[in-house]
Design a protein around this ligand. Structure first.
Ligand SMILES: [Fe+2]
Ligand SMILES: [Fe+2]
Length: 194
């Protein structure tokens, strides 16, 4: 499937509008664009469908994140509606949406396609390294307005958070970013002892 520049511009314009409605600074249009870029990068290295990964990455968080809700499944449903409006064919729409519906950490093992695994990894790569530190701290601070709670939560999170990845490329980059996260914790602990 080919997507023209004009189509991409329209997709990006409409996606931005949808993400703005969700009012979540950590699952916003910029996060979706990063996931799309990372997914494109992994797809090229792993021989997956680049267009499917680029598009699924951009649409993967269309539904707001709510506790207890199947956010990835709902995002897939919204992506289907979104792409139908733009008149893509059903087979392509289904391929894109099935790459979105299992990007939740706890359900990633259900992602059967390589593109689905890549969307999960591209999304989770945003949880490691410098970006992961800013996102995790910011997310908790945004909700609680409590710096100390957000910071202590961050230290716990950086030590424990280590998801299973599937692709060689994803694993390599996760390792590099996680090393940075653990170094950050180590330095905090060192300076707390002075
Ligand atoms: Fe998500
Ligand atoms: Fe996400």
């Amino acid at each position: 499937m080919k997507i023209t520049t004009k189509q991409w511009n329209e997709i990006e314009r409409l996606a931005k509008k949808e993400y703005t409605k969700n009012n979540d600074p950590f699952h916003d249009y910029e996060h979706a664009r990063s996931v799309s870029r990372l997914a494109t990068f992994i797809a090229k290295k792993e021989g997956a469908d680049v267009i499917v990964c680029k598009l699924a990455g951009l649409l993967h968080d269309l539904a707001p994140k709510k506790r207890g809700k199947l956010h990835a499944m709902e995002s897939g449903r919204r992506a289907k509606k979104f792409l139908k409006r733009l008149k893509f064919d059903d087979e392509f729409i289904n391929t894109v949406c099935s790459a979105i519906i299992y990007h939740d950490g706890s359900r990633s093992h259900l992602a059967k396609t390589l593109e689905g695994k890549i969307i999960y990894e591209a999304d989770k790569l945003e949880c490691y390294g410098p970006i992961g530190i800013i996102r995790e701290y910011g997310d908790v601070f945004w909700r609680t307005k409590d710096h100390y709670q957000a910071f202590e939560n961050l230290l716990q999170y950086l030590q424990k958070y280590n998801r299973h990845f599937f692709t060689k490329t994803g694993k390599r980059h996760k390792k590099e970013l996680r090393k940075f996260s653990l170094k950050f914790v180590q330095l905090v602990k060192k300076y707390r002892k002075l």
